[in-house]
Design a protein around this ligand. Structure first.
Ligand code: TRP
Ligand code: SF4
Length: 373
């Protein structure tokens, strides 16, 4: 295996060739045939932002037979919700919507935030409340989810310890490279997160879907290996996963970094600062207006078109297509296009902030009580 393809989920990953990634690690492409079997396709699926999966067939069987399945994901509470966090949150909510029998498990990865970013637990608690309020404002039904902090969840920690007996240093190094033991331990805790929905306390083995970014695949592989290894003891069904491509930041940089503040759009930042970021975003425009009218723009390279409108803010396929053609045909210039995009985005942000305000109390309650069902 080449060095290049040792994905580091804690680093700033950048994947150039998704086909090679799939070939090398056995991620399956999300085919039209499979998509057609879903009750409905989310825009992220229609637009191939979610490009691959493992065992999604298993989830489709559960949906069709009305069988219970778990939707599992987690967030490292290391900062405010931004467009990247929204992506996973949208997927989490989508897989819950696909069946009334689906139930959500949401891990607040405070141990990982400590191991990776040295964020003290009391601080990550506050961030977690804020993150949860965003998640609820995005449409998560608090009655259909179990929310917990890794540091407080004995069932998960116990599993992590049990799994540690089945993993050697060599295995971890082969998957993650040389890392601090805190990170290796976080990986085992994440395996605990993903398999805990199948414990007897949670009504036993069941299909589980974990929607993640492609950089999380090492964790999925480790977890699936462990599920296999401990199948005799726990009866685990190997967890399924979907993968989205890693998106660029607003300035068009492939590697998202908090050190580039103009690159990240937070869901609750001021409209003033959000506007600055959108107006400065990287586009597929040409050097001059004359050239753009003559040659057309390049929407496939454009952050406004792709990362903002296509991924997050333009639900309507026909409208998106119309913009694509207008851009390609040089019928619209970037200034006007950005102003229109900002109209949509600012409206969305204002509404989101209002909803989030109303969700803060529920977020606190949810974190204390795990579920409001
Ligand atoms: N490692 C994930 C991240 O950094 C967070 C996470 C923790 C997670 N536990 C999980 C993701 C379980 C999916 C499933 O974003
Ligand atoms: Fe992007 Fe719009 Fe400019 Fe086309 S016109 S490159 S979609 S900003």
């Amino acid at each position: 295996m080449s060095e290049y393809f040792k994905i580091d989920p804690w680093g700033t990953s950048y994947i150039k060739d998704y086909n090679r990634l799939m070939e090398e690690f056995g991620i399956k492409p999300l085919t039209d045939e499979l998509i057609s079997q879903l009750p409905f396709a989310h825009r992220l699926i229609r637009r191939k932002i979610i490009f691959g999966h493992r065992d999604l067939e298993r989830i489709i069987i559960s949906i069709r037979s009305g069988e219970t399945y778990a939707v599992m994901t987690g967030i490292k509470p290391s900062g405010a919700f931004h467009l990247g966090s929204k992506l996973t949150a949208d997927e989490f909510i989508y897989f819950l919507m696909l069946s009334p029998k689906a139930f959500g498990y949401y891990a607040i990865a405070d141990l990982e935030a400590y191991a990776d970013n040295k964020i003290p637990l009391d601080e990550s608690y506050k961030i977690a409340v804020d993150n949860l309020a965003d998640l609820l404002a995005l449409g998560l039904d608090p009655k259909r989810v179990y929310v917990y902090r890794q540091s407080e969840e004995m069932r998960v920690l116990r599993l992590a310890f049990i799994f540690s007996r089945g993993v050697t240093y060599n295995t971890l190094r082969a998957i993650y490279g040389e890392q601090r033991f805190g990170l290796y331990f976080s990986a085992l805790v994440q395996a605990g997160d993903i398999l805990a929905p199948q414990l007897p306390e949670n009504s036993g083995p069941k299909a589980t879907i974990v929607p993640v970014g492609a950089d999380q695949d090492p964790h999925i592989r480790l977890t699936r290996d462990l599920a296999q290894k401990y199948q005799g003891e726990f009866g685990f069904i190997l967890p399924s996963a979907t993968y989205h491509i890693l998106l660029r930041d607003l300035t068009g940089m492939e590697k998202m970094s908090k050190r580039n503040p103009m690159g990240i759009l937070y869901l609750s930042e001021s409209l003033e600062s959000a506007k600055k970021k959108v107006m400065n975003a990287f586009t597929g425009g040409r050097a001059t207006a004359e050239e753009q009218r003559r040659l057309g723009g390049e929407p496939e390279k454009c952050v406004i078109f792709r990362e903002l409108l296509s991924v997050h803010f333009m639900e309507n396929d026909a409208k998106l297509r119309e913009l694509y053609l207008k851009c390609k045909g040089g019928e619209i210039l970037c200034g006007e296009c950005k102003a229109r995009a900002w109209e949509i985005i600012s409206k969305w942000l204002s509404e989101h902030k209002k909803k989030k305000e109303e969700m803060l109390d529920i977020a606190v309650k949810l974190l204390e009580e795990h579920t409001l069902a």
